[in-house]
Design a binder for this molecule. Structure first.
Ligand code: DC
Length: 223
């Protein structure tokens, strides 16, 4: 049975950096579940699917072909043989992804893909519903958070560094809070801190400190 480290939390809490590092320290594959919701959103937009129509998105959800390939310590996603890269990181995708992620058919599809990845080996999976819905029974569950200001500053820096966008800190914060609201109030698998999940507030912590906190809390046989 593959071992799974589940890490949930809002946008910009540092989940990706922490998951990547924890994965590389332990030899667990890093799985970015948000990228799957972003791919679904990107494909809806590319194919003219009205993302505000639940029925239209649900009907389209099964048609998106995503290939999952383990490579360089992570699961790589291919759409028509290509990695989507920054095409799924734009402000336009940010603005539509939360909406698409409310649709049950989309969530069911992504959840099935995520669970199937355990066939590749041990995983560190980051997202919004990994601790509650996708892998609720794993003994290693974390809720990573940080203040809205810190999260917005991190996202803004990342967007500039990757050449994705140049938005003001205020605009980044507003978009992030809007997504938080949709993600945590939706009907299916909302973002919540479940009982028994270890909460880490990374506002005042370095990346190394958060990684060490996660490693220290794992079952001792895993490290
Ligand atoms: O982590 P991210 O910003 O790349 O996530 C993109 C969107 O997908 C975000 O609106 C939340 C949603 N999401 C989700 O609903 N469940 C997950 N497990 C991961 C992401």
């Amino acid at each position: 049975m593959a071992r799974v480290i589940a890490i949930d939390g809002p946008s910009g809490a540092g989940k990706s950096s922490v998951s990547r590092q924890v994965g590389s320290r332990l030899g667990f594959l890093h799985v970015d579940s948000g990228a799957l919701y972003r791919i679904m959103t990107w494909q809806c937009l590319e194919n003219g699917v009205d993302t505000s129509s639940e029925d239209a998105v649900a009907a389209f959800a099964g048609k998106v072909k995503i290939e999952c390939v383990p490579e360089d310590g992570r699961i790589k996603y291919l759409v028509r043989g290509e990695e989507p890269g920054n095409r799924i990181r734009t402000p336009d995708i940010n603005a539509h992804a939360s909406q698409v992620a409310t649709v049950k058919a989309v969530r069911d599809r992504v959840t099935a893909i995520l669970r199937s990845l355990a066939a590749f080996g041990d995983l560190v999976v980051e997202g919004r519903d990994i601790t509650t819905a996708v892998f609720p029974d794993t003994p290693a569950r974390f809720y990573l958070t940080a203040s809205a200001e810190v999260r917005a500053a991190r996202r803004q820096k990342e967007e500039v560094e990757k050449g994705i966008a140049r938005q003001s800190a205020e605009a980044v914060k507003a978009s992030l809070l809007a997504r938080d609201r949709i993600d945590s109030t939706r009907k299916y698998a909302p973002l919540v801190k479940a009982d028994g999940v270890m909460e880490i507030d990374s506002s005042e912590l370095s990346l190394d400190q958060v990684v060490e906190a996660v490693l220290a809390a794992l079952p001792s046989a895993w490290c």
